[in-house]
Design a protein around this ligand. Sequence first.
Ligand code: ADP
Ligand code: MG
Length: 221
Amino acid sequence: MLEARGLVKSYGKALALTGVSLEIAEGEILAITGPSGSGKSTLLHCLAGIIRPESGEVVLDGKRIDTLAEAELTRLRRENFGVVFQFGELVPELTAAENVALPMLFNRRDRQASMSVAADWLDRLGVSDCAGQRPGELSGGQLQRVAVARALATEPRVIFADEPTGALDTLGGEQVMSALLGAARASNTAVVLVTHDNRVAAYADREITLRDGAVLTGVTP
Ligand code: ADP
Ligand code: MG
């Protein structure tokens, strides 16, 4: 469904990706592991259309997306992709429910429907009691559950998660991870999960390890 073909990306003299190819199937949960600086975030950002590779291709449903014009790429991202980052990155001025509703509003759903779907997703992620609270009032684990609800609420084809439990303790991280992957599996959403935590990688269908910007191994746990 989503494919990287020979991705190369550098920052000045630092070569972050040296020609990475991989494919993600519909509903598949793929973990990308590797040491800090190995290119995990850069790969995820290229796949998600957040940054463009210098060479190589990103292909969704057989169609190249890395060469799309900015407006078209933004729309494609909104309709097909969801993202969860390490620190949630919620809008601080909005309540949890409004944060979850926001991407639906961008997709031109009306406000009432968006807020109702948002409430439903907060409930599924076990944080319905946080609906009216702002991010500053929430714990790290609650923030990440709200971020997961926001990512899933638009019913994306793929969720990109970069160290989504990196700021949480072990128990909190496991709860967020099982909430994320349980919800993704229930809705057949593919997940690209960047992590340096081997326990987290064990939840995936497949694991790819990066070292110095290249794929080291493909292991099926
Ligand atoms: P990881 O997520 O595995 O830690 P990254 O993809 O963030 O790795 O980084 C890969 C390499 O690219 C590293 O050497 C890093 O220092 C470099 N890099 C990443 N982002 C930038 C940036 N915005 N500017 C300069 N160098 C960067
Ligand atoms: Mg990173």
